[in-house]
Design a protein around this ligand. Structure first.
Ligand code: ATR
Length: 276
């Protein structure tokens, strides 16, 4: 019988996950499917019940369900609990297990594209304190960063998140960028700014050390205005597409039983799909 997996979100039409998983299903000649399903927040519990009854082997959970879906799981991986969000579920013996592979995706992308990115492991800066910041912050803490500045438009949101996640996190307003940048060997954007070409106003990247790495989890466009500005002054950058590809690997392996590979072909396929 065909093994069925999904990605649920609302909206979901923009998701590139079906492209990735269908590529792997075909490449590995697996009798499986992976479909995008629009699920409204009010229908999430019912969807999980369908899953529990065997409609799917599992799938991915995306915006706006990553945090609320955690409560519908029967078991939750320790790291997902720390992050406070799940992005992957798997059904086993009628039980739904939730996990979070965004952290693995974020780290694997940087490890692959900039192998020395965490050798200094001291101070870094994360822009944004929304859902997407959670996995990134826990990842940076786990990799041994001693000082993690969390800058957000709304200071209270950053303060709340820093207190909740517990670690070397320090909340600041975006206006503190210039004051803090000189200490930071890594800058990560987790806000939605950059999506479809929008840009940060008044972020002077020249305040960062010349050795700093700048990365963005936004991948539409691949070269966000932030990454372009960093490249223009000679800073090293890593785009966010690798995070999307790497976070998909453990889910696929769990559902379909084979570990898929991120090939240049796959990356090119997704790059083409996100090109303007
Ligand atoms: P996600 O779950 O994708 O992270 P989110 O929870 O809505 O989405 O968070 C979006 C993040 O982008 C937040 O940090 C938000 O800042 P606020 O907490 O102040 O809302 C940030 N963000 C979105 N639009 C922004 C803008 N125009 N300027 C600055 N920050 C912005």
């Amino acid at each position: 019988m065909t093994t069925k997996a999904f990605v649920i979100g609302h909206p979901i039409a923009h998701s590139k996950s079906p492209l990735i998983h269908e590529y792997w299903l075909k490449a590995l000649e697996i009798d499986g499917s992976y479909e995008a399903i629009d699920v409204l927040p009010d229908d999430l519990g019912r969807f999980f019940e369908r899953m529990r009854q065997g409609a799917f082997i599992g799938g991915n959970v995306t915006i706006p369900h990553k945090q609320t879906a955690l409560q519908f799981c029967d078991t939750v991986a320790e790291v997902a609990r720390r992050i406070g969000a799940i992005n992957t579920v798997q059904v086993q013996d009628g039980q739904i297990h939730g996990s979070n592979t965004d952290m693995i995706g974020f780290l694997a992308n940087l490890d692959g594209k900039a192998p020395d990115w965490d050798t200094q492991k001291r101070t870094c800066m994360v822009l944004g304190a929304g859902g997407a910041a959670r996995a990134v912050l826990v990842a940076l803490h786990d990799r041994g960063f001693e000082n993690i500045y969390v800058l957000n438009r709304t200071l209270e949101t950053a303060q709340r998140l820093c207190a909740e996640l517990k670690g070397p996190f320090h909340a600041h307003a975006l206006a503190d960028f210039a004051k803090l940048a000189a200490e930071c060997t890594l800058l990560v954007n987790t806000t939605s700014i950059g999506m479809h070409g929008t840009a940060f106003a008044g972020l002077d990247l020249s305040k960062l050390p010349a050795s700093a790495l700048v990365t963005d989890i936004v991948y539409t466009p691949l070269q966000t205005p932030l990454l372009r500005a960093a490249t223009a002054i000679g800073l090293q950058t890593v785009d966010g597409l690798g995070m999307l590809l790497h976070q998909a690997v453990p889910g696929f392996e769990g559902w379909f039983g084979q570990r898929p590979r991120i090939t240049p072909d796959l990356r090119a396929l997704v790059e083409k799909a996100i090109a303007p």
